[in-house]
Design a protein around this ligand. Structure first.
Ligand SMILES: Nc1ncnc2c1ncn2[C@@H]1O[C@H](COP(=O)(O)OP(=O)(O)OP(=O)(O)O)[C@@H](O)[C@H]1O
Ligand SMILES: C[C@@](O)(CCOP(=O)(O)OP(=O)(O)O)CC(=O)O
Length: 389
């Protein structure tokens, strides 16, 4: 095969100030700014290989081993924008070459775990590397999926909503690097790894069209964002945690105020919320925060010193079923303490639910996308996927 190939990986991000609602569907411009932490790539990432060759007849894409339609308007937006930027540079002829894109996520796709964020950030970053395109990549990633613009950077990332109608000021920027808050940890509690019923794109459209509460939300987000930036800069966990939980709750309240309502939380999600509040009450201090995206899976932000205790409580209240063969706790190692004591358990008025949580992923704040070695390529030398379903 003539031409060239490039392979990269990109991280997931989980918002603490939620993006929900667009003012421009085509350019993906949000109604409010949002803020997230980028998660560690060793635990969660999208990996993408892109090959360009004059021998390819069409642009093609494979996602998790299955060919998907490349005519998807979001993929087209991203391809067009990268090729436009490449043409502006005015060197070489790769712009006319067709590309083969192959991507895999090492975590559930379309289950409310920000797969579209990692996926589009990775596609854009890999295409940009392949074509040698520089410049602001968050603007391109945003046109694949809004939340993807935040996965272009590591650490803590703000997506400023911008004012202009062409979207040139609707960009992501890092507010603190990955190593800013070394003791902060993240636990993802996977309640379901199935594709969700109402996608974020559709859900937020209906919210903007029907929710009255959404107007109130737009008014309060700037305050939340300002306080959140300060809490992150000061490493003030209590404020960080409180706003994170209030934001998650307000986002799901707005979903319930959507007509017809959109439900992402399940009974298990609500038990997790109760467990976190009971834990904080028991500690007489806010030590754990939850946040839920458009799905039932919880993302807990907490300090390193609380991880073993919280994992112990999750194990107690949501024990794995006897059929669970794989590790219940994945990612960074956790040294399990003893089971919670009877005295501790007395603080929790929640029932035990076996198998309600499938597994946990333990991670921390991580860095932005990176290029990988040739041996990591997902494509063969003839530009076809190595792993096909
Ligand atoms: N690695 C990837 N490469 C390219 N596109 C991807 C990749 N992973 C996911 N996607 C795209 O993102 C879609 C899933 O997006 P969706 O918003 O429904 O779920 P999610 O991102 O997992 O959840 P949320 O954004 O609510 O947290 C997939 O159907 C696919 O089109
Ligand atoms: C709940 C969220 O995760 C919504 C993410 O929505 P998407 O970025 O997936 O939506 P589109 O821009 O339509 O692709 C909140 C967030 O990540 O800020």
């Amino acid at each position: 095969m003539d031409g060239k190939c490039c392979t990269c990986r990109a991280p997931v991000n989980i918002a603490v100030i939620k993006y929900w609602g667009k003012r421009d569907e085509k350019l993906i411009l949000p109604v409010n700014s949002s803020l997230s932490a980028t998660l560690g790539m060793d635990e969660l990432h999208a990996k993408t290989s892109v090959a360009a060759s004059s021998q390819f007849k069409d642009d093609r894409i494979w996602l998790n081993g299955k060919e998907e339609s490349v005519s998807n308007p979001r993929i087209q937006n991203v391809l067009k924008e990268i090729r436009r930027r490449y043409a502006q540079k005015g060197d070489g002829d790769s712009a006319v070459m067709k590309v083969h894109i192959c991507s895999e996520n090492n975590f559930p796709t379309a289950a409310g775990l920000a797969s579209s964020a990692a996926g589009y950030a990775c596609m854009v970053y890999t295409l940009a590397r392949l074509y040698g395109v520089d410049g602001e990549l968050s603007e391109v990633a945003r046109q694949g999926s809004g939340s993807a613009c935040r996965s272009v950077y590591g650490g803590f990332v703000l997506w400023e909503k911008g004012q202009r109608s062409d979207g040139t000021d609707s960009l992501a920027k890092q507010i603190a690097p990955a190593d800013h808050w070394p003791a902060l940890r993240i636990l993802i509690l996977v309640v379901s790894d199935q594709k969700k019923q109402v996608g974020s794109t559709e859900g937020m459209q209906t919210t903007v069209a029907t929710s009255e509460l959404m107007q109130r939300r737009i008014e309060v987000v700037p305050q939340h964002t300002e306080q959140m930036i300060k809490a992150i800069k000061d490493r003030d966990f209590e404020t960080f945690a409180r706003i994170t939980m209030q934001e998650s709750n307000q986002f799901h309240a707005v979903c319930l105020d959507t007509y017809p309502p959109v439900f992402y939380l399940t009974d298990t999600s609500r038990l997790i919320i109760q467990m976190v509040h009971a834990y904080n009450t028991m500690c007489e201090k806010t030590r754990v925060a939850y946040t839920f995206d458009a799905g039932p899976n919880a993302c807990l932000y907490l300090m390193e010193e609380d991880v073993a205790r919280v994992v112990g409580l999750v194990n107690h209240f949501f024990p794995p079923g006897s059929d669970t063969s794989e590790n219940f706790v994945r990612g960074r190692p956790v040294t399990l303490l003893e089971q919670p004591s009877q005295e501790e358990l007395a603080h929790f008025q929640i029932p035990r639910s076996e198998s309600a949580i499938k597994y946990m992923i333990h991670t921390k704040v991580g860095s932005g996308p990176e290029e990988l070695n040739e041996e990591e390529s997902l494509l063969t030398s003839s530009g076809l996927p190595k792993n096909l379903l």
